[in-house]
Design a protein around this ligand. Structure first.
Ligand code: FNR
Length: 193
């Protein structure tokens, strides 16, 4: 049995430290988690006007979530909140009304910042949004990563052993969380193999 994890990187930056963190998480995750990125870059800005004619990018977003067993959000903090591009993607996925892609999906949130609070405020904001969307969030451990290029190589290799062990245990807990949620709330389009 393995679990398909769709992951969101909340940054569109070509030098994103959160993308590096996502690479590190994939390196350190248990073997039975399979990852694929759910892209958000090409989504237009959401409007209810699209509800009866979703564009291909938004259809692809909803299909990707439907094909995942769980979602993982790796996000920066922008002005003490979620980057607009990520919020836009969530808004697309949550609609049309009655077709919320996040309903009951196992989810976790993590983020990296160059600032000392390590995206804590953005994550609180994101948790509120995901709560409204009825995602089944991992509540602990929390992970607020104060990013330094001394600790992370661009390929996601982690040189600081304490950070490496923490991220490994975060992903092990996430895996257990996914398994627990799916035990009581199997995905309708479950894709575990
Ligand atoms: C930031 N940054 C930032 N950092 C933080 O800790 N709290 C914040 O509220 C903000 N706000 C903010 C707004 C905007 C528009 C930018 C561009 C940046 C700094 C941020 O942590 C830093 O740029 C990271 O490198 C962003 O992550 P990515 O894009 O590299 O993954």
């Amino acid at each position: 049995m393995s679990y398909k994890v769709g992951y969101f990187v909340g940054s569109l930056s070509s030098t994103s430290i959160n993308r590096i963190l996502a690479k590190a998480l994939m390196r350190l995750a248990p073997d039975d988690l399979e990852f694929s990125e759910i892209p958000i870059r090409d989504l237009p800005l959401y409007s209810q006007d699209y509800d009866d004619r979703y564009p291909p990018e938004a259809r692809a977003l909803k299909d990707a979530i439907a094909g995942a067993d769980a979602v993982l959000f790796v996000t920066p903090e922008y002005n003490r909140s979620i980057p607009g591009g990520l919020k836009n993607a969530i808004d697309w996925a949550s609609r049309p009304w009655g077709q919320n892609s996040f309903d009951h999906i196992p989810a976790a949130v993590i983020g990296a910042s160059v600032g000392s609070i390590g995206t804590a405020v953005a994550q609180q904001s994101l948790r509120g949004v995901l709560s409204f969307c009825n995602a089944r969030q991992m509540t602990a451990p929390e992970a607020y990563i104060h990013f330094s290029h001394d600790d992370f190589a661009d390929d996601g290799t982690v040189s600081d052993s304490g950070t490496e062990e923490f991220l490994r245990s975060f992903m092990a807990e996430f895996r257990d969380h996914v398994q627990r949620v799916l035990t009581v709330l199997p995905r309708q389009e479950a894709s575990s193999s």
